[in-house]
Ligand binder design. Structure first.
Ligand code: SF4
Ligand code: ZN
Length: 158
């Protein structure tokens, strides 16, 4: 048995196993560019095999944080959406309204898409459509050069 040294193992600095399969590691130019949020969301939903693990980790590590303390897209959700969906988060007057999901969100709307993403529900083709992208926020980012959403991704076991 090893002698107790009083040192805490440096697990915080070690990536979790699933992180090695995070597609965003190879797509930093997309995820580091705030004007490419919609592309980052597509990468998360259409290509990342560890979105569920990422979602659980993100919820845990960001729990209660204000939007200013969050960054970028994670698990397919923007930092603003994650802040508004987190019912433990602090809200200031000039923040967007909290999003309170009650299960009545209609598929094909932005609210239904964020519910699927936040609750790790399957995403149907109605929600995974160009309409959902066009409907929500930051329309200026939806440039003519932006790619159309990819076909509905298949869920992959991880
Ligand atoms: S789901 Fe998470 S781990 Fe996967 S690409 Fe998106 S941010 Fe990265
Ligand atoms: Zn839906």
């Amino acid at each position: 048995m090893a002698n107790y040294t009083g040192q805490v193992p440096d697990i915080a600095a070690r990536p979790l196993d699933w992180m090695e399969r995070a597609v965003c590691l190879d797509e930093r130019e997309i995820f580091d560019d705030p004007s490419r949020e919609h592309e980052a969301r597509i990468v998360c939903v259409a290509r990342c095999p560890v979105r569920s693990q990422c979602l659980a980790y993100t919820k845990e590590t960001e729990r209660g944080l204000h939007r200013d303390q969050r960054d970028g897209v994670a698990a397919g959700l923007t930092y603003d959406e994650r802040h508004r969906l987190d019912d433990t988060a602090q809200h200031r007057q000039d923040d967007g309204d909290p999003i309170r999901l009650d299960g009545t969100e209609r598929c094909g709307t932005h609210l239904a898409l964020v519910r699927h993403l936040w609750l790790d529900e399957p995403i149907d083709s109605k929600c995974w459509s160009g309409e959902v992208y066009r409907e929500h926020g930051n329309r200026r980012q939806r440039t003519a050069n932006a790619p159309d959403p990819e076909p509905l991704p298949k869920r992959t076991a991880s």
